[in-house]
Design a protein around this ligand. Structure first.
Ligand code: NAP
Length: 322
């Protein structure tokens, strides 16, 4: 019998219950910064990590634009520092995944596989996940040459040829990282102008391993057990061609991880949780921070800042309602 996520947690389940003043869902920079501020307000926040402690930042090879680290800092190292900082003041980090929430009344009910939290305030920091092309071969060859994370999988492409799909900051940043391993890197972009910022563009243009395939989209990824080539379509002429490669790295934006909350809290037209400038959501006592509520900046520092702001607001809310 196939088990679905919710098969573990129906509303009739008797789960161990814990009442908390502040519950943080998600452990990226936003969640861990919220936990630090909540802990310093003596709210003993609990952080539910989700599957990836540290979120996307933790799998970033090096972060060069978080102030205080002039030489850059590894994403995993920064995550560990964030966690230690929050724990030092009394935050608790639990390696658990949320399966169900009920936001209709306070305290808010948040169920994991084994437990139910009743939270007086809730900070949602569930981040966003990479978009897929949804083309033939993509799913079948994921992990067999198709990847969404250069930092995680780059090493497997030592002395191999790799293509990157996308023209934004992620495509160039991750692509440049991949040139450490790959013999050649082709960036396939659907237009003839990059979206990425000037510094990354300059670095990519100056890197002799990097070349560009303009005005092109990948329509199929081909290979049996391993990627062999990609089918391209020229967006101007409609002409089709094939390009041999060992790896396909896809960086075409993100989708917010809002599935748990859909129908219970207000989302914007792109599925991000709507917040005001103080991280308030449509429900008093619930705040959102980081990429679940921000499709624009998507930086470690902005996410951490949103997390801190959310925790400050949650603290004020508790003071006003206690
Ligand atoms: P993004 O800026 O949304 O770029 C996505 C890229 O993928 C665009 O070039 C887009 O093409 C292309 N694309 C989208 N859908 C596609 C499809 N179906 N087929 C082919 N191409 C497709 O996403 P991102 O690069 O992940 O960056 C998101 C945000 O994070 C940005 O604000 C960025 O500045 C920030 N970020 C910053 C850094 C940094 O500062 N170091 C690093 C990573 C991300 P078009 O250009 O034609 O739309």
């Amino acid at each position: 019998m196939e088990l679905k996520l919710n098969d573990f947690s129906t509303s009739s389940d008797k789960k161990e219950q814990e009442q908390v003043k502040m519950l943080v869902i998600g452990s990226g920079p936003a969640g861990l910064a919220a936990a630090l501020y909540g802990a310093r307000a003596e709210l003993s926040p609990v952080v539910l990590t989700g599957l990836q402690l540290g979120g996307q930042a933790a799998i970033t090879h090096v972060i060069e634009n978080y102030p205080g680290f002039p030489e850059g800092v590894g994403g995993a190292e920064l995550t560990e520092l964030f966690q230690k900082n929050a724990e030092r003041f009394g935050a608790r980090v639990e390696f658990d995944t949320v399966t169900e929430v009920d936001l209709s009344k306070r305290p808010f009910s948040v169920k994991t596989y084994g437990k139910e939290f009743l939270a007086e305030t809730l900070i949602i920091a569930t981040g966003a996940s990479p978009n897929h092309l949804n083309i033939p071969g993509e799913q079948e060859l994921t992990g067999k040459g198709v990847s969404y994370c250069g930092t995680c999988d780059g090493w497997f492409f030592k002395d191999k040829r790799v293509v990157v799909v996308g023209g934004g900051d992620s495509a160039l940043e991750e692509g440049l990282f991949l040139t450490r391993f790959a013999t050649e890197l082709k960036i396939i972009h659907r237009r003839d102008e990059l979206r990425a910022g000037a510094i990354l563009q300059k670095r990519a243009q100056e890197n002799e391993k990097v070349s560009f395939v303009w005005n092109s989209v990948v329509t199929e990824i081909i290979g049996e057990g391993a990627v062999k080539n990609v089918k391209l379509e020229n967006t101007q002429t409609g002409e089709e061609s094939f390009l041999e490669t060992d790896g396909v790295f896809i960086f075409i934006g993100h989708t917010p991880n809002a599935e748990l909350f859909t129908g219970q809290i207000e989302l914007d037209e792109n599925g991000y949780i709507k917040v005001d400038s103080q991280m308030h959501t449509s429900i008093p006592g619930i705040y959102a921070a980081g990429e679940i509520a921000d499709s624009h900046f998507r930086q470690v520092i902005t996410s951490a800042g949103m997390g801190a702001a959310a925790a400050i607001e949650a603290t004020h809310f508790l003071e006003a309602n206690e």
